[in-house]
Ligand binder design. Structure first.
Ligand code: AMP
Length: 550
């Protein structure tokens, strides 16, 4: 029997219509450094999105599924583009502003970006590469800075417009076309540290379903009373789907623009009173140091979500104990739209038991099926103990990369996405990751989890950041090297840290090699860049202390 239900497509335009009418008075706030923050209601976002779509179609000639790229911070205009471009049937490509020039050119060419929207503060960065982006015909500059370097670099092939002039006088409604919900709406390239970046094309349908999950209580639990501080970049994995989830739920958005240091973020929290926020652990580590040293009103925050890399338990406890802020740990990846799991304890768990659930990467939602597999791809039991690679599938998980006719065998297996993450899955659906497959340290045939050592080290009061990698060892194959950033004003020796680790880590796992560093190198999205740490070690660029076995 077929159902009697209507077959209404799940579309980004529907999310825009809903948010800009039903939640017309919700607002997006963009931080302006010392100046007055900019505010725009969701009703106005809807009207501006229509104006942008008219401008893109009539002035920039965007038709069909052509790609419109953004080279922008988290701000109002970026939000407008998030809605206007997919709603008009085109495809939004969020360029990662921190990519190396060659990679930027590669992804813009691969995606065949036709138009680039750029913040005026990023004009110098884009000007370095624009002439090499072969498909680009139009650039739209947002904000008041000087576009001259871009005009000079763009040459005759590319027209440079200004956002305000381009949008002025355009109609404030747009007859959004009916698109196939399975067509691409947005495009992100993975920030993979090996090989060329790979494209993931989200569909209208996947965005819609994913956004519903973000709003769920077991997700980010967004509602009309919320104000979400979106620190996670809109050029990384669609800002975890928060812009769309906000328009579905009526939550307001607070956008930091380029002010991503701890001091302005603290100011934003005190002034704009967000109820929740989302960022990678390094941002929260910096903010913690700031909050410890300054008196900041953070009372509006009901919780903050941490994902993108493993959240050290010590960070969760420090926020809870010293600032009364609950950290919620989440896991995902670009290939998963990106939300996988969120670590909320099950009903009835309290005290230590609840904390143990919160340390995990979280519980898998209905929209994501997960399994653990062994080295030959054989499924292992979800018993919370069997360790293997995590594989996932579901309606917001990519089935292949853009431009590939068939799924790449290294990343996909029998209809599953191989996450490259290693860990366990419990019978009640909690994922615990011990490492990236390529970061696991293989010592004398046994595995050492670099993440476990890092978490244990970051629990030491003198340690600000700790990054552990495997380095070649004549006897054991590989051994851990601990690189440590010491907290300002604190002092600690390698012996002291090793003795501290010995209280929670098996003796054979204790690192012999230690290096004290100014900062841990980070990837373009703020994660520890272990490849760089390993190569610095290989090049002899680290000053390593080697301890003898105690
Ligand atoms: P990206 O596609 O850049 O978002 O990177 C995805 C990868 O980040 C995942 O495959 C994990 O290796 C890592 N990751 C994301 N969230 C977490 C987390 N909560 N704990 C550990 N690793 C994480």
């Amino acid at each position: 029997m077929r159902s009697t239900m209507m077959d209404a497509p799940l579309q980004v335009a529907r999310i825009l219509d809903h948010g800009s009418t039903v939640h017309a008075t919700a607002e997006v706030v963009t931080w302006a450094g010392g100046g007055e923050p900019r505010r725009m209601s969701y009703a106005e976002v809807g009207r501006t999105a229509a104006r942008l779509a008219h401008a893109l179609r009539d002035e920039c000639g965007v038709t069909g599924d052509e790609r419109v790229a953004t080279f922008m911070w988290n701000n109002t205009e970026h939000l407008v583009a998030y809605f206007a471009v997919p709603s008009m049937g085109a495809v939004l490509h969020t360029l990662n502003i921190r990519l190396f020039p060659d990679q930027l050119v590669y992804v813009a060419d691969h995606a065949e970006d036709r138009v680039v929207l750029v913040d005026s503060t990023l004009v110098p960065l884009l000007a370095r590469v624009i002439d090499r982006m072969g498909a680009v015909r139009h650039v739209v500059v947002v904000g008041g800075g000087d576009p001259a370097p871009l005009v000079a670099a763009a040459g005759d092939r590319i027209a440079v417009h200004h956002w305000d002039a381009l949008l002025a006088g355009r109609p404030e409604v747009y007859d959004w076309p009916a698109t196939d919900e399975r067509d691409a709406a947005a495009l992100c390239y993975t920030s993979g540290t090996t090989g060329e970046p790979k494209g993931v094309a989200y569909s209208h349908r996947s965005i819609y379903l994913h956004s519903l999950q973000v709003c769920m209580p077991e997700g980010f639990g967004l509602g009309v009373a919320d104000r979400e501080l979106v620190i996670v970049p809109m050029f990384h994995a669609m800002a975890w789907g928060l812009p769309y989830a906000a328009f579905l739920s009526g939550a307001s958005l607070v956008m930091p623009d380029r002010f991503l240091q701890a001091a302005p973020i603290a100011e934003m929290i005190a002034a704009e009173r967000p109820t929740t926020a989302a960022a990678v652990p390094t941002i929260w580590t910096d903010l913690l140091a700031h909050l410890d040293a300054h008196d900041v009103d953070t009372s509006s925050l009901r919780e903050v979500v941490v994902g993108g890399s493993a959240c050290p338990p010590a960070l969760m406890h420090a926020f809870a104990d010293r600032h009364g802020i609950e950290i919620v740990h989440a896991w995902g990846m670009t290939e998963m739209s990106p939300l996988g799991s969120v670590a909320r304890p099950p009903a009835g768990a309290t005290g230590e038991a609840a904390w143990r659930y919160r340390y995990t990467q979280g519980r898998i939602p209905a929209g994501v099926a997960a399994r653990i597999v062994g080295p030959l791809g054989e499924p292992l039991p979800a018993d919370g103990a069997s360790v293997g690679e995590l594989e996932v599938r579901g309606p917001w998980v990519t089935a292949r990369y853009v431009g590939d006719d068939a799924p790449d065998g290294e990343k996909f297996r029998d209809g599953w996405l191989r996450t490259g993450d290693v860990g366990t899955l419990s019978p009640d659906g909690y994922v615990t990751l011990t490492d990236r497959a390529k970061d696991v340290i293989k010592s004398g045939g046994e595995w050492i989890s670099s993440v476990e050592l890092e978490n244990a080290l970051m629990a030491h009061p003198a340690v600000r950041e700790a990054c552990v990698v495997g380095v070649p060892d004549g006897r054991w194959g590989e051994r851990p090297l601990a690189t440590v950033v010491v907290r300002e004003g604190a002092e600690v020796t390698a012996e002291e840290l090793r003795d501290f680790l010995a209280t929670s880590v098996a003796r054979w796992q204790l690192p012999e090699r230690w290096a004290f560093v100014e900062a841990v190198p980070k990837t373009s999205v703020g994660k520890f860049d272990k490849k760089v740490v390993r190569s610095r070690h290989a090049d002899g660029a680290l000053s390593v202390t080697e301890l003898t076995t105690p």
